[in-house]
Every structure is written in structure tokens, then in C-alpha cells.
Design a protein around this ligand. Sequence first.
Ligand code: COA
Length: 169
Amino acid sequence: MPISAPEPLNDLHDLSQFTSGKPSLDNWLKQRALSNHRKGFTAVTVVHDAGRVVGYYGLAPTAIIPTAMPRAIRTGQPPDPVPCLLLGQLATDTAWAGQGIGTGLVKHALERCVAAATLVGGRTLVVNAVDGDAADFWARRGFVPSKDDPMILFRSITDIAVSITSASS
Ligand SMILES: CC(C)(COP(=O)(O)OP(=O)(O)OC[C@H]1O[C@@H](n2cnc3c(N)ncnc32)[C@H](O)[C@@H]1OP(=O)(O)O)[C@@H](O)C(=O)NCCC(=O)NCCS
């Protein structure tokens, strides 16, 4: 059976076998994701193989103090804090690694962020890198680290929107 299209997490999804190799992301999915999704803290999107979740990401609104942001994103006279979107979690099960699932989830998340920011605002997407390899993964996708914490990276929604438009034209 092919991997599903991305869809919102629900209680029929099987999370029990999910292993990304990063315990914090595995435990969050198994213990927190459904509750956080239901309460509106985080919108969790999954892809699955016959119900077994093999990849997921979590998106949430957030707000960041301007001085923590890269200067190119802060620009002008921003409100304090700056309304932003947060991609707090992204992981693929190791048994499905290297098949483009992570890339597909990132693309889906970026499109969602542009659509959401068009409706309600949001200057930048913020990502939490789980480790140095993850920070490199985001840097290869145009994200710039915070001055204060190299594990927190930013890419402006404007920049993301331009990249999506040019990729589809
Ligand atoms: C990062 C991650 C989501 C990629 O998932 P994936 O489904 O394997 O991704 P893709 O097949 O689309 O490949 C994406 C990248 O992962 C690399 N990759 C794929 N399989 C890999 C493997 N077995 N080992 C190391 N890197 C691998 C690819 O080379 C590619 O690199 P790129 O940045 O140069 O494009 C996944 O490796 C993962 O869950 N890692 C642990 C959690 C994590 O680091 N999350 C990222 C942000 S916190």
C-alpha cells in the first residue's frame, strides 16, 4: 500500500511503532501529540502506511522578541513580540528514511505556513533543530540560525512564498 497523503493526526493512527532515532521526537509523538493537537496547541500532520504513522510534523503559532531574530528578518519597526509560526517537530520513521517523506512533509508544511500567514499574519517560520545534523538540514533549506541559539533557525514567510511560486512556475 502506498504512503498516505498528509492528513491531520487522529486517534485511529497507530503511533506505537514510530522510531525516528530521536527519542524526544518519538516520545512527543506517542505521549503528547494527540492531546496537543486536540487542544489546539499544535496542529499535527502525519503520513501513514495502512494506519501506521511513518512521518509527521507539528506546526503552531508563536511569538519571538525582535532581538532574537536575524537582522534581515527583523527589518523595519517590528511589533514586540513578532508574530511567527513554529515548526516544532519533524521526523520520519527510520524504516522509511531516504524515500523523500521528510522532503514531502517539509514542502507540505511550508505551503501550509504561507497559506496560514496570508490569513492571519506571521513574519517568519521558526524551526527547532533537534541536534546539529538537524540544524544543517534546515540550513540547506535556507533557514538562518538565531544569534542566541544555533538550534533555532528562521526563514521569512516572504522568502518561502517566493520559493514556492518559483518552484511551481
Ligand atoms: C531529517 C528527516 C526528517 C529526513 O527524513 P527522510 O524521510 O529520510 O527525508 P528524505 O528522504 O526526504 O531526505 C531528506 C534528507 O535526509 C537525508 N537522508 C535520508 N535518509 C538518510 C539516512 N538514512 N541517513 C542520513 N540522512 C538521510 C537525505 O540525504 C536528505 O538530505 P538533504 O538535506 O541533503 O536533502 C529524518 O532523517 C529524521 O526524522 N531525522 C530525525 C529527526 C530530525 O532530525 N528532524 C529534523 C528537524 S528537527
